[in-house]
Write a protein that binds this ligand. Structure first.
Ligand code: BT5
Length: 315
């Protein structure tokens, strides 16, 4: 049935379509079309029956149908008003063998960050986890985190917020006052499972503080609402996010350049806590699949593949 739903949404996106024509185009009965239209209405999409056929009149309610309507990316959308963690939900879908699903939630009650840290997820956010099955070596997985960060930065910019990427998994709004040089707008948690060194599934979990008040977030966080001074259209934002991510993953060579363009971390003095110890120096580049190249104070070039990165003030 999800295929019919998506085909129906795509048909409706072209303008009003009479029920019989929809049934023909979708290869299902008129009763089946009617049932699907009702289901979309229940999901919050405004659909009117006019003399010319069914017409979408209202997409203002954030939800699965609204996000899928007019979406130019092949993700199936599963929407939750409230959920524990979208990454956890995607894990279940991965076990069912699914692919290219975006689980999107308005609120998370048990959101996760990296290294057993938590992610605060009040109502009004965009918490989105993608289930991907790229046919690539496990070692390439960090590039999907970079792609997600680029997609968030671009969608934020389209919404009028100048967002920058902090390696490896944060998107910030820069300022001069805060400790880390900016306020955190988004965090990304990528998880994976491999089979013989290839990716079996990859989950890219993206948490964006969209229409939430900074008082409801940890210290050092900001939101699109706070930066814009008015709510963002989460449907458009989520669509742009998914579309950009989809474009980038289909052209992995473009990801690093796009990342460099939006990075706050390049040219910065940083301290990175890596599993192998602390690295301090100036960042000079990022290399595939997402390693940070740091020139240390004694002139060494260190290639850092994982860790917590802190932006330091210039010496
Ligand atoms: C991250 O971890 O930044 C990854 C966050 C990923 C969240 C998404 S939401 C959709 C999907 N489902 C999930 O359950 N998770 C993913 P990390 O770099 O470890 O940063 C975590 C730290 O950020 C916390 O310890 C807090 O200090 C801070 N933090 C928590 N919630 C925040 C928020 N809403 N905004 C900004 N900072 C926050």
């Amino acid at each position: 049935m999800p295929d019919t739903r998506r085909a129906l949404l795509d048909a409706l996106a072209d303008g009003p379509v009479p029920g019989p024509e929809l049934a023909d185009r979708l290869g299902v009965s008129r009763a089946a079309v009617w049932k699907q239209v009702e289901a979309l209405r229940e999901d919050g999409l405004g659909i009117e029956s006019t003399d010319d056929g069914y017409r979408v009149t209202d997409v203002s309610e954030f939800g699965g149908a609204a996000i899928a309507y007019g979406l130019d990316a092949p993700f199936e959308i599963e929407y939750h008003d409230s959920i524990g963690s979208t990454n956890e939900r995607v894990r279940e879908l991965a076990d069912e063998g699914r692919e290219d699903v975006a689980v999107v939630a308005n609120e998370q009650t048990a959101g996760r960050g990296r290294l057993d840290r938590g992610w605060t997820g009040p109502s009004g956010g965009v918490y989105c986890s993608l289930l991907l099955r790229p046919d690539v070596p496990l070692a390439h997985s960090p590039v999907y985190t970079l792609a997600a960060a680029v997609a968030v930065a671009r969608a934020a910019r389209e919404a009028g917020v100048d967002a920058r990427i902090k390696w490896p998994n944060d998107v910030l709004v820069l300022d001069d006052e805060s400790e880390r040089g900016g306020q955190k707008l988004c965090g990304i948690l990528t998880e994976m499972e491999g089979e013989a060194d290839r990716v079996k599934w990859l989950i890219v979990g993206i948490g964006i503080n969209a229409n939430v008040e900074p008082e409801d977030l940890p210290e050092g966080a900001t939101s699109l609402l706070a930066e814009r001074g008015e709510p963002v259209d989460r449907r458009i934002f989520t669509q742009r996010l998914l579309e950009t991510f989809d474009e980038l993953r289909s052209d992995p060579d473009s990801i690093l350049d796009a990342w460099r363009e939006h990075a706050a971390t390049l040219g910065q003095r940083v301290r990175v806590e890596t599993p192998g110890g602390e690295v301090v120096g100036k960042t000079v580049d990022v290399e595939f699949p997402g390693a940070l190249i740091v020139e240390t104070d004694d002139g060494e070039r260190e290639r850092v593949t994982a860790g917590d990165c802190e932006h330091l003030r210039p010496v």
